[in-house]
Design a protein around this ligand. Sequence first.
Ligand SMILES: [Zn+2]
Length: 369
Amino acid sequence: MSELTLSHFLTVIMIEKSLILHATATADALARLRFYLPYICDQVLGLTIVSETEIRYTCKDADSVPHIESIAQALLDDAPDTKFSDSLPMRPVFDNRDAPCLCKHDLLPELLEGDHLISFGPGQYGMGHLFLKTFKYFERECYRMALKQSPEEFVYPNLIPRKLMQHPDYGIDQAPTWFVPGTQSPEHLGKPAVCLHCYPHFSKRTLPGDTTITTQGRCYRYEGSDRFSPDRLWEFIMRETVFMGTPVFVRNSLKEIETLTVEWMQSLGVRAWVQEADDPLSDSASTALRKVPLKWELRMALPASGASLAAASFNYHADRYSKPFEISEGGNTAATGCAGFGIERLTWGFLAQNGLDTKHWPESVRKEI
Ligand SMILES: [Zn+2]
């Protein structure tokens, strides 16, 4: 795993292939190919739709051609029984579920007792002392990691206009978790993710090339009135990096940030793993794509309860946001994807596993707090 560095993705030899289709493909079928073939097959290094009957792609070697073309055919046919998940070898396998944990008891009472967390009711905590110091470590490290991908940085408002959220193709599935401050029909909502301003920001634009954005802000999710655990906050800080450009660029960038994240977690020795999310983002009309995992999560164990929390996620959106907001690259609708990091969740996951006695903590964290 550790040899998968950024340079690994750049040193490849390519061959170019032309795929002549047996029949004229529909616009939907061609869009499926363009957005999903590179995501499913990491052997695809570039892809151009030449015409309704021809696709040109580049790949690493001739050995990968039969596999690529079988996936391409399944996407064109929209075959419902295709097992694409078996074709996602580019995922860094990370499973540190057996890592030992220093702390096995419920740490929450100690955190409250020592003013490390201050409860203001369900989903609402203030932070102080060691929780705050650890929070700041994770906040800084997420930022440092984001900078490795040379992003443009933006700051967006915490509230987002309701009318943007009600765009017919935009984020409707997240409605139940939106936090609605004050009135019965407010014009603004607390945003549930920090990347959501990015798409209206770049609306109706042609990207100058592959584009990476990073942003951090406060998010709001109504998690119920009976949730007092720090992994179910109504408001929290999220760092996100958003990738916009060709599907190959977005796939590679997601893979890079996932690899960086996994290397970081390994260095901390935390009990954590990456898995397919329970709530796949795919609401695609395509039958074949319904089973393609578009969202992966970094999960951290909470040893006292035996549960785990999602501390980060890696999401491939294809054209879900770029199509309604008309974001394009090179004459085509751009692909987008994002990686999000919940800073309080990383903090809580780390503390729940390591306890409050810092002398046994990993040196890399101890020297930063
Ligand atoms: Zn996002």
